[in-house]
Design a protein around this ligand. Sequence first.
Ligand SMILES: [Zn+2]
Length: 423
Amino acid sequence: MISKNRSISTILLGMVCLGLCLVLLGGYATPLLASSGKTSKQLKEAQDRAASIKKEVSLAQAELDELQSAAKEKSDKLAWLEERTQEQQEAYEETLTRKNNALLVMEHTSNDYEAAVQEFEDQKQAYGERLALMYQLPKESIFEALLSSGDLQSYFSTNRLIRIISDTDELMLARLQEAEAYAAEMKVQAEDSYEDMQRLVKEADELLAEIKADRDISAEELKAASSKISEAEKESLAWAEEMKKAEQEIASLQEKYKKELAAEEASRKAEEEARKKAAQLAKDKSESSSPSVSKSGWVWPVPSSSRISSYYGYRLIFGARQFHRGIDIPAPSGNKIVSTKSGVVLKCSSSKNEGNYVTIDHGNGILSKYKHLSRYGCSSGQRVSAGQVIGYIGNTGRSTGPHLHFEIIINGKNVDPLKYLRR
Ligand SMILES: [Zn+2]
């Protein structure tokens, strides 16, 4: 019984732990995608089921406790009745012994009485016979007897002797009668005593039977209670089993839910990764697919943009007519700028007007210049090939937005870059 209680306690403890796990799990259950949402719903249902089973478990346990306490009472009562039965059995047997003794005494006194009666009767008869013999003798015979005795003296002597004999007989008879009366009294007493004993035996026997009957009823009740208990225990165990199943289901659903969440997270990441890659690819493509190489072998300096916002030549800058020494190519900050021809980086420098700029020497007196960079992608003295990244679009220096200002200088004179880039 104790071990069963312990096992139920273990289950209750398990449910508490489970509850905690569920709280923790609920903590990171973020808005869900399809499969984990379904599992989450199943998990919730399983938890609800576990909660109602938990109720059943505690109800079954309460019933079991009640039955066990009732059985304990019955068992105590039975133990008491067993004890009483034992006591009464002993009392009964003692009374029975006393009755048997009384029976022996009664038989003995009865024999005594019969002996006394017999003795009295025998003596009375003997005396009677003697008297009858004496008094029924004819007078003459007595007389003759007297005469034959020889003298009167002897007659009187004989007569007196008869009298003495008679007195002695009467005394003896009186004593015998007394003895007979005493024996009769003893006999009556013994009979009374025996009857008393018989009554006591009967009473003791009846009491014993009563106690035994009570004991039998009690034993029967205990047996019934025990069978109820074993049924209740079975039910309790069945609920515990049910609880265990529910816990297992919850655990497996939790595991499934976790895996699904992880899978969904992974798939979300993969999608994002793929999206980024595709974007990068599109960007790379757009950058690489721009009109790159002219017939004369010049590479367009901004792969991601082919637009020109300001051309080479005279134009109005900040309200004044000025000569624009190159072309302006607008593009988002950070976009790649590439070398238009192979060469050596002459300078990576910075000025108030030009911002960060790079000059590349292509040999034969030909230079290219890239201005307003956000940062450099090369260093002075570095050999670069056509199309190699040498910097990134920016808005540094005297600039009204992110763009590349690009110049080509031949033998110290600026020329229109489009003549080379697009020819
Ligand atoms: Zn410009």
